[in-house]
Design a protein around this ligand. Sequence first.
Ligand SMILES: Nc1nc2c(ncn2[C@@H]2O[C@H](COP(=O)(O)OP(=O)(O)OP(=O)(O)O)[C@@H](O)[C@H]2O)c(=O)[nH]1
Ligand SMILES: [Mg+2]
Length: 203
Amino acid sequence: MSINFRKTSFWGVASDLASCPESDRPEIVFSGKSNVGKSSLINALADNKKLARVSATPGKTRLVVYFNVDDKIYLADLPGYGYAKAPKDVKAKFSKLCDQYFVSGRKFSLVLHLIDIRHAPSQEDVKMLTFMNERQIPYFLVFTKCDKLSRAQVMRQLAEFGKILNFHDDAHCFAVSAEKKLGLDDLKEAIESYLQDELGEES
Ligand SMILES: Nc1nc2c(ncn2[C@@H]2O[C@H](COP(=O)(O)OP(=O)(O)OP(=O)(O)O)[C@@H](O)[C@H]2O)c(=O)[nH]1
Ligand SMILES: [Mg+2]
């Protein structure tokens, strides 16, 4: 069963768990530092620049924003963590929402954890990966903004990150650019094949 990512539409926003959609289909969660390119990646996968709000000002996504892909899966765009300039109470609310999301028992199928290819993974990235490893939460690591580096530099960074990060056995790594549309087909294929069993045989 293939997923048509071009058929992605805005579903709604959730400020708490009660307003998230019913868990009636596979859900893919986008996590990572503020400004890493979560919303841009969603737009690139859907080939629609107007879908998710992208901003040069970090902290744009302040709620969990849901997208419906082809009536088959949900994408959940989480607020980015580590946005230093957000007021304290807002920051606390974000992180509570993210924490709740991951410990609530809400059913999700896969996390795409995004890391900017140019920068060493942060403490929060390491914490998040440790958390997912401990809980056996399936994730793909997606290195973003690859257009900013040469191919050789990308390879070097990937090798370097492999030493720092304790990759989960099943972790898949992807190097992408939302800007130049690089690596997107590989990522889509991997998502589809990961969800194959869950999506079943229906057309
Ligand atoms: N060069 C380049 N810039 C990118 C790419 N992806 C995102 N950006 C830029 O990075 C900035 C942040 O992108 P967003 O997609 O809004 O990041 P986000 O992770 O959703 O940020 P929050 O909503 O604050 O958590 C914007 O200025 C984007 O244009 C990419 O692949 N290449
Ligand atoms: Mg965003």
